[in-house]
Design a protein around this ligand. Sequence first.
Ligand SMILES: [Zn+2]
Length: 254
Amino acid sequence: MFKSVYIFKVLSAILLLCHSLTGYTQIKRSEFKEPAIEFMNLDSTAKGSLYLEITKKPEAVIKETCFKVCTILYRHINEIPNVETIKYTVSDYDGVSAKDGYPPIIDIAFSSSYLESNFNKTEQDSAKMLNEIIGVLSHELTHAYQWDDGGRYSEIGGVIEGIADAVRTMLGYKDYNSKKPGGSYKDAYSTSAFFFVWIERNIHKDFIYELNQSMLANDSVKWTRQQVKLITGTSVDDLWKQYQQNMHLDTIEI
Ligand SMILES: [Zn+2]
């Protein structure tokens, strides 16, 4: 009797330790359902073929980035929206990249003009350019997999864009150390993203996951800034003040 109680206590202690060490569940690569990738290059000039030259296997790069994005956005395999197909098109247009559609079919466009001008900016450094391509891709793929509170982009787009760049930052494709004071938490892109990453790293581990979960489509809860307080225990305005004062103390060593 004594022995079984003792074994039970030891096992419980080990389980507790394992849980506190791992923090949260990670999505396993073997369990992840990869989408089918339909890659199209509509630019037959040199800047169009540059995409293929740099990424080598675009389908594999896109699939791998889908998985990486989901490891930040989700904790359980059954939480991941069913993205079955990604139609990825490289073409010559004014812009950078854009996502269209909802699961199961997502369209992503990428500009060959942007690719060419950025490639020249990096003095034709293929490794740097690949980083930029995957960085932009991780932002667009976050849009493919994230929740938007049931199509409320026009109202809370700043936070949604912030999450997309926060995922990019968490994956190492955006320079967290370049953050600067100023702006607002809903300013979108880097301004919101670095703030969300700061909360994740300093205030509430899992923040980005929980922020995305607070935007589920059918939870009958309309997303407001109050959700940040429900997740962290502190209002978004108070967190923003703390962040403005302390952001310089948190940097990532490269
Ligand atoms: Zn975006």
